[in-house]
Design a protein around this ligand. Structure first.
Ligand code: AMP
Ligand code: ZN
Length: 134
């Protein structure tokens, strides 16, 4: 695909920090990382979305296997990481060349719980304030 940014990265026409490649996939660092570790695993073949993967195509299991290898290489296989695919605009997909995200480096579970506690405490304070006024 001439206008596809990930095809251009795969063809070496635009730069990327490649961390792994084989005959089926290329994996590189996300240009706008959401976390200290943010890798994109991309099939060499231009497949627009997850919905377009043919049944019985080995690419998805291969992407999963590659993710576990990269996670092990980066030392986060045991501590943990997030692995996901955004599908179409409503699913947050911006680049329409299939890719899986491997994200790690922040304690995502703890951050989520801390955020929830801050919200809950804030909400209780607000309710108490409103009740004291009435
Ligand atoms: P998605 O929202 O699932 O389509 O994710 C697209 C991802 O591609 C985003 O996280 C972007 O930061 C990333 N991205 C966009 N352009 C580049 C690029 N040239 N090199 C590396 N990552 C990119
Ligand atoms: Zn492409």
């Amino acid at each position: 695909m001439a206008e596809c940014i990930f095809c251009k990265i795969i063809e070496g026409k635009i730069p990327a920090k490649i961390v792994y490649q084989d005959e089926l996939v290329v994996a590189f660092e996300d240009a706008n990382p959401a976390s200290p570790i943010h890798i994109l695993i991309v099939p060499r073949k231009h497949i627009p979305t997850l919905n377009d993967v043919p049944e019985n195509d080995p690419i998805l299991s291969h992407i999963g296997t590659v993710a576990t290898k990269i996670a092990a290489d980066l030392g986060v296989a045991q501590t943990g990481y997030r692995f996901f695919i955004n599908v179409n605009k409503g699913g947050g997909q911006v680049i329409f060349h299939l890719h899986a995200h491997l994200v790690s480096g922040k304690d995502m579970g703890t951050r989520f719980i801390k955020g929830a506690i801050v919200l809950a405490v804030g909400w209780r304070k607000l309710v108490a304030k409103l009740q004291s006024k009435s």
